[in-house]
Write a protein that binds this ligand. Structure first.
Ligand SMILES: [Zn+2]
Length: 115
């Protein structure tokens, strides 16, 4: 997937009311902004996605080679990894760990130390 949407919030009036769930608990209805281009509803839960730079800083601390690092970054770039609309932080962590483990022998806990 390479056609990333440059998401743009709808206006405050057009926000949609949706049930909000966080950590398996219902937090009632919340008004969500959505993207006027692709219609994706923005993740506004406290489990907010982080920018790619945050995870890059974690990657450089891992005992991995430059080649492995490049493979990991390339794979992440082919996903909507830092799409703050569709991704949550916990989803990002899961994706990152699985991609890291695909390319290097690093345990999940040693990755999580830096997240
Ligand atoms: Zn969009």
């Amino acid at each position: 997937m390479t056609n990333h949407c440059q998401h743009k919030d709808c206006g405050a009036v057009e926000k949609v009311w949706l049930p909000c769930e966080f950590e398996g608990r219902n937090r009632g209805l919340k008004s969500y902004p959505y993207c006027i281009h692709c219609g994706l509803v923005k993740n506004i839960s406290p489990d907010r996605a982080k920018q790619k730079g945050y995870y890059m800083n974690a990657l450089v601390k891992l005992p991995i080679t430059k080649v492995q690092m490049r493979l990991i970054i390339k794979e992440l770039e082919n996903m909507d990894f830092d799409d703050t609309y569709s991704m949550t932080r916990s989803a990002q962590e899961k994706v990152l760990i699985s991609v890291v483990q695909k390319h290097c022998k690093v345990s999940e806990s040693s990755v999580r130390v830096y997240l």
